[in-house]
Design a protein around this ligand. Sequence first.
Ligand code: FES
Length: 111
Amino acid sequence: MSIKLCHINDIEDPGSKGFELTINQQPLNIFIVKKDDRVFGYINQCPHAGINLEWLPDDFLDMDKDLIQCSVHGALFVIETGECAGGPCNGQPLQSIELDIDGEGNIFLCD
Ligand code: FES
C-alpha cells in the first residue's frame, strides 16, 4: 500500500516538507526535499543524536538551499544521497525512503 504525501507543486524548488505519519500504529517522521524537479525522501532522524532535523516546520535546508542541514548541531547532508557532507556525523548518512510520483504529480511513500 502506498501512502499519498502531497503534490509535487506543494514543495518549492528547491525546498522541503516534513510529514508526521502513523504506520502500523507506529509514528514515522519523514521529509521530502525537492530540487530540480526531482524529489528525495528521508527519515527525519539525524544520525548524530537521533532526533528531528528541523527547527521550523518544513525547513530542512541550509540558507543557500544547497544541502540538508540539521538545526541542532549543524550537520550537513547531500540532498541527492543523504550522505553527511560536514558536521558531527562522521560520514553517517540519512536513511533514505523510496518515493513514487504518479503521472499527475502526486507523491507517494512506497512500501
Ligand atoms: S543532532 Fe543533528 S547534528 Fe547533532
